[in-house]
Design a protein around this ligand. Structure first.
Ligand code: ADP
Length: 408
């Protein structure tokens, strides 16, 4: 079965086509600048140079049509016709409390996703455009949705409630949801495989450190707590997001500065984090480079960033009464040995001993970066959210097919 995975943003759309018998990626790409002049479709098939096509793509329906044309293209395509796509899986950021697992799309599911627009105004409407666009182009193909929040629905109330009047939770569902769930789920399963231990016996701390960043406490295979909250702003210091701060700073800033609430919101989401403290960049590579050249602001930004991760690790060790392994993943977590070393440098009380040579290895494989004697393992596990979306979609479609044949 071929499964097309779609991650639709408001002006962009990423895709990967999987052959689920081998789990190989047949082709992948992205459409950028949807709705603008000179939209760009970049398409990649294994071992071949990337193909770029510039045209006018005014909406998501046209974008999907262009993707399908490319996938079936005589020279650059990998399919004979679009009937060779048997299912489509979508990434959806917010599933609220309605979704604790991936589901096949029907009218009710679409209605629920629409109801959640308020909770994720930048993301969910864009995902819905992706779903509608696929429906318009591939009428009879089953579609599934995989939510970033679903994995964290196992959190107990002590983790997900904020200590504010509960009427706000009851009326407006103000609570911690957590994000990057697909990634935390995927890397925790991979870690258990790597450690050759059942997931249900493990206490894991997963650190998804990319542009956005979050830690999760995964107790016996289930999310017990996570650092992102009702929105992806809470928790760790990120590329451009502040992470945790005293909420009183918001009204205080409004009082002291000539800013609107929207501008303060934008400051916290887009002009804070690594970028604000380093004054250089939101990209960890550039911050590390500047630090190594002696820039003091970059050094402070780097140390603050690592310190926040270390604090969350400490909190989750306490929350779970210990940990078996700490897992680093995503752009920074997978690639920055200096960051990993800085985070782990004072975790010796836990029994974490980093092996410098192992930490320095560059690889796209899951690997251990602690010494063989280290009581707690630290692993680097490359994340693969698209593969998990493809797997969930494949499983859901097969389950439905089995149900249909047994009821006939
Ligand atoms: P997103 O949250 O957008 O999915 P990614 O997980 O792809 O982000 O991470 C992107 C970030 O990874 C970049 O902003 C960059 O800071 C960081 N990154 C990538 N390679 C390296 C590297 N070699 N060293 C440090 N940081 C890196």
């Amino acid at each position: 079965m071929n499964v097309l995975v779609i991650n639709a943003g408001s002006s962009s759309l990423k895709y990967q086509l999987y052959d689920m018998t081998t789990e190989n990626v047949l082709a992948k790409g992205r459409v950028e600048r949807i709705g603008m002049e000179s939209s760009i479709l970049s398409h990649e098939v294994d071992h071949q140079p990337e193909v770029r096509e510039v045209s006018e793509i005014l909406d998501h329906t046209t974008a999907i049509k262009k993707v399908l044309d490319m996938l079936t293209h005589r020279d650059f395509g990998v399919l004979r016709s679009m009937h060779d796509i048997q299912a489509v899986g979508h990434r959806v950021v917010h599933g609220g409390e309605s979704f604790s697992e991936s589901v096949l799309i029907d009218q009710n599911v679409k209605l629920e996703i629409r109801k959640l627009f308020d909770l994720a105004p930048l993301h969910n409407p864009a995902h819905m455009m992706g779903i509608t666009a696929v429906e318009a182009n591939l009428q009879h193909v089953p579609q599934a949705v995989v939510f970033d929040t679903a994995f964290h629905q196992t959190m107990p109330p002590q983790s997900y409630l904020y200590a504010i009047p509960t009427v706000l939770y009851r009326k407006h569902q103000i609570r911690r949801y957590g994000f990057h769930g697909t990634s935390h789920d995927y890397v925790s399963k991979r870690a258990a495989e790597f450690l050759e231990r059942p997931l249900k016996d493990l206490k894991l701390i997963t650190c998804h450190i990319g542009n956005g960043a979050s830690c999760a406490a995964i107790l016996h295979g289930k999310s017990f707590d996570t650092s992102m909250g009702m929105t992806p702003l809470e928790g760790l210091m990120m590329g451009t997001r502040s992470g945790d701060l005293d909420p009183a700073i918001v009204p205080y800033t409004l009082n002291k500065e000539d800013l609107t609430l929207n501008e303060v919101n934008s400051m916290l989401n887009k002009h804070s984090g690594l970028l604000a403290i380093s004054g250089i960049s939101s990209d960890m590579r550039e911050v590390v480079e500047a630090m190594q050249e002696g820039n003091e602001h970059a050094k402070l930004a780097f140390e603050m960033y690592a310190y926040r991760i270390r604090k969350y690790i400490g909190a989750y060790v306490a929350a779970m009464d210990g940990t078996d392994a700490i897992i680093f993943t995503a752009g920074v977590g997978e690639n920055s040995d200096v960051l990993r070393k800085e985070v782990c440098k004072s975790l010796t009380y836990l029994g974490v001993h980093i092996d410098e040579a192992r930490n320095a290895v560059r690889s796209s494989d899951t690997r251990r970066i602690t010494t063989d004697e280290s009581k707690v393992s630290v692993l680097v596990v490359p994340t693969n959210e698209e593969l998990l979306i493809a797997r969930d979609t494949y499983r859901l479609v097969l389950e439905r097919q089995t149900k249909e044949t047994t009821s006939e």
